[in-house]
Write a protein that binds this ligand. Sequence first.
Ligand code: AMP
Ligand code: ZN
Length: 134
Amino acid sequence: MRGISSGVYYRRIIAAGSGGSVIDCVFCRIIARQTAADIEYEDAHVMAFKDIYPKAPVHVLIVPKRHIASIAELSDDDAEVIGRCFLVARRLGETKGFADKGYRVSVNTGPEGGQVVYHVHFHFTAGRQRGHGA
Ligand code: AMP
Ligand code: ZN
C-alpha cells in the first residue's frame, strides 16, 4: 500500500480536499491566485490567461478551473466544462478581433504530444499565418 509520502496519494488527498485544485500544479495555483498571471477571462468554471512564453502575437491559455490532468484523463463528467472552454475561445476570438480573420485552438496531450503542464489547457493563438497542422 502507498504511504502518505507518495506523491500520487498526496495529490489525490489534496484534490479531494480543496475543490479539485492540486497544490503542486502551476495552473491550479494561478486559478487560486497563488501565482500571478495576466488573466484575460474568468467565470465559475473556466479561466483564460496569457501564456508566459507566447509563441504567437496573441497566445492565451484556456483552462478548466477543476484540475483535469490531460485529455487522456477526461471522463463523461468533464464534457460540459470542455465545451465551455471552446465557448471561451470563441469569445476571445470576438473580443480580440479575430472572429473573421481566424485563430487556432490546440491541445497538447502526453509526452509525445508535447504536453508539459499536466492540467488540461487549450492554446488560443492568433495574429499570424500558420501552416496547416503546424
Ligand atoms: P504545453 O506544452 O501544452 O503543456 O503548454 C504549457 C504552456 O504553459 C507553455 O506554452 C508555457 O509557456 C505555459 N506556461 C507555463 N507556466 C506558465 C505560467 N506560470 N503562466 C502562464 N503560462 C505558463
Ligand atoms: Zn491543476
